[in-house]
Design a protein around this ligand. Structure first.
Ligand SMILES: [Zn+2]
Length: 151
């Protein structure tokens, strides 16, 4: 139910796992083992007597959900675009020479900083996340919150 929220939180740099098919018991077990906070819309899950911290997302629309989470938690601790959105791992800076032949020549000639996902091998550079994603985030979060983020 919160798949899009999970994706955008990863874009903001947060460590977010998303498993819509996991059972409540397995979810709580995993959160406990990994020291995670559970974001959910499921009242049953929120009501379980369990010490695992949970946060109830009460909105239907993605922008409202993002603002609710950003208002309640300090998202300024995260570095946007520092994580592979697909694998949820922090990307690593790699030497420019190592991407020769793996990216378009134009990209190689115009970019200096390259990062790579250690899991899926996807390469990123400044232009990978178009200005569009930044603008979408700014628009959804609003200026007050967006101003505090370390872009
Ligand atoms: Zn990846």
């Amino acid at each position: 139910m919160l798949g899009r929220l999970a994706t955008w939180l990863r874009l903001l740099g947060a460590d977010v796992t998303y498993e819509p098919w996991i059972s409540d018991a397995d979810l709580m077990e995993r959160a406990r083992n990994e020291g995670r906070l559970v974001l959910t819309r499921d009242r049953g899950l929120l009501g379980l007597p369990d010490p695992v911290p949970r946060f109830g997302v009460t909105f239907d629309r993605l922008p409202d959900q993002l603002v609710q989470v950003a208002t309640h938690f300090d998202l300024t601790a995260f570095v946007p675009f520092s994580r592979c959105v697909r694998c949820n791992v922090v990307v690593k800076v790699i030497p420019k020479e190592s991407v020769k032949g793996r990216v378009w020549e134009y990209v190689y000639d115009t970019q200096e900083l390259f990062t790579e996902c250690p899991v899926c091998g996807r390469l990123f550079w400044k232009g990978t996340h178009p200005t569009r994603a930044r603008e979408d985030l700014r628009r959804m979060l609003g200026e007050d919150i967006a101003r505090r983020i370390r872009w």
